[in-house]
Design a protein around this ligand. Sequence first.
Ligand SMILES: [Zn+2]
Ligand SMILES: [Zn+2]
Length: 350
Amino acid sequence: MRKKLLLFLFILPVIFILLSGCDFPYQDHSAPATTGGDFTVYFIDVDQADSALVICDGEAMLIDGGNVGDSDLIYTFLTDKNITYLDYVVCTHAHEDHVGGLSGALNAAAAGTVFCPVDSYDSGAFENFKSAVSKQGLELTAPAAGSAFTLGGAEVSILGPLFEYADTNNTSIVLKITYGDTSFLFTGDMERDAELDLIEEYGSALSSDVLKTGHHGSVTSSSYVFLYEVSPAYAVISCGKDNSYGHPHEEVLSRLRDADVTLFRTDMQGTITCTSDGVNIYFETERNSDAVTNPTETSGDGAVYIGNVNSKKPHLQTCTSLPEEKNRVIFHSLEEAYALGYEGCSICMK
Ligand SMILES: [Zn+2]
Ligand SMILES: [Zn+2]
């Protein structure tokens, strides 16, 4: 009996050494391994604008840079993270709230490739961006839809724009980033027309875990059919608190609720940090981590009120004198409107 025990004690470490030195036959090496979380997307809080920094295995890509007034913020964000080289800089489209702060980025870091759908655009912000690019001896590159490149261990596919569009928002560069089993879709300010073209071209290949919601949550983007194809588990909306466009629009919030999407918002939660280990996705927010970003229950009767940012009057959705789209702000209750100094419309709220 004793002999057997001694033999067992002797054999045990031998078995252990043998096992640790070789692969277990049931390990599947083709499956994506967790990589220790070396993939990060920062959805930077640039108020009513857009900017995201993607870092993977030491390589960096900046997608948009916010407004001109965000240049310093972007500069500091990059220098704080010791980023002196951006492998890729993407200007999704020429609008100021995307291109404005890219000059700050190009002052902070040297760039490898700078993508932009157009070579010229009639605005001071675009001119500044272009001269910051040429100062580095670089030129703007219009990426071809269907092309792809790597960012560390991540693969970045350029899905759009598929065609030339008259509307600048629709010219937005569309990127799908895949890291292991996890994926992220960036659509700039692309609107419904371009979304439908993407569906036609890619169908269910648009499917992504995280969607940077198009056009700051405007009703002109994130159509039902598009959300159905992408079927994200998470969405991020970049917009400013109490912005004059009323972003995000209630219609989009409602579509995201219907699709059971967990929503993060820069207006409520500041900069949002998203990491992936190739299998799981984690979110961290600068503030208000448990904010109710997409309430299902509105106070009162559940009605939505449309306020006029100029006249400070709230209206029922059915009112015959609704303000122009650009002057709207959405309230979920009259109390919310009254708290901001709004007073009833003479037509719909007698
Ligand atoms: Zn925008
Ligand atoms: Zn735009």
